[in-house]
Design a protein around this ligand. Structure first.
Ligand code: GLU
Length: 279
């Protein structure tokens, strides 16, 4: 059975781009006679707000969407992410990173060159090179740190992998493009990459639909699935809606939030049509 999901973060109001994504996921499941799930990605307590979560439920319902219950709220499942981190730690693919953002910038400037990933320069690996003694001393002193994935080791343990994308076909996994991603931070006990991978498996998601801007992340998720012994879903990275200026929609496009469109008198059917789902 096809199980898809929409997984927004409650950090603001949903806009027409989110509506596209949600309708896309629901239609993919609906056409296959499957199930559509909703997940609230609220691990970053500093940025997520309950009022935005409530607005997500209201906006999606207004749009005509219905999802299977219960809704999975990531903040209620930190133990699942902890268990996954423990598993990764046992196979020695994690290391503590004590760098601040400033340290990383300085290191990259000093190196004079920096391979770039999708979110800017890749982490230069400073803390990967620390000796076991140095690491232990800093941990014992209570130095704040994040946990990073040693991507080269992770990729070599996982071996050659592929994932399947409904539009692009079979894609060979290349984790190096994302570098040593952060899997947990001192203030947030997990990261996007880890929580999404664990949740899609726990929720039995068989088809992950999301924007093509997250295609790079799937390489990381596929490696994590292999290391954690989780099943690999199919993927469908869809196009991103753009505004009248051709740029992708963002928080600045306030007139295109579902709330603003509703207040401007648009009906759910009109908004669905605007998002490209007239039926
Ligand atoms: N929460 C992510 C976002 O709002 C999407 C999660 C995913 O589909 O991987 O962009």
């Amino acid at each position: 059975m096809t199980i898809s999901r929409f997984a927004p973060s409650p950090t603001g109001r949903l806009h027409i781009g989110h509506a596209f994504s949600a309708l896309f996921a629901a239609r993919a499941a609906g056409r296959a006679g499957g199930q559509f799930l909703l997940r609230i990605e609220d691990i970053d307590a500093g940025r997520c707000r309950r009022e935005f979560e409530d607005a997500i439920y209201a906006d999606l319902t207004w749009l005509g969407l219905a999802w299977e219950r219960p809704v999975r709220r990531q903040s209620e499942h930190l133990a699942d992410y902890r268990a996954a981190l423990d598993k990764l730690s046992e196979i020695s693919v994690l290391y503590p990173c004590f760098c601040t953002r400033k340290d990383i910038t300085r290191e990259i400037e000093a190196a004079g060159r920096a391979p770039h990933g999708p979110d800017g320069p890749l982490y230069p690996g400073t803390c990967r090179a620390l000796s076991a003694g140095e690491r232990a001393d800093r941990l014992a002193a209570g130095a704040p740190h994040a946990l990073r994935l040693d991507m080269a080791r992770a990729a070599s343990l996982a071996g050659p992998l592929t994932f399947s994308d409904r539009e692009r076909g079979t894609i060979a996994v290349d984790g190096a493009g994302c570098g040593d991603v952060v899997l947990a931070r001192k203030e947030v006990a997990t990261s996007y990459h880890l929580a999404v991978t664990v949740d899609d498996a726990i929720q039995g998601v068989t088809l992950v639909t999301r924007g093509a801007d997250l295609l790079h992340a799937t390489h990381v998720h596929r490696i994590l699935q292999a290391l954690l012994g989780l099943p690999a879903p199919d993927y469908w990275h869809h196009r991103l809606l753009t505004g009248a200026d051709g740029r992708r929609l963002a928080k600045r496009d306030r007139s295109l939030t579902l709330a603003a469109l509703r207040h401007a008198g648009k009906s759910p059917a009109q908004v669905r049509a605007m998002a490209g789902f007239p039926d």
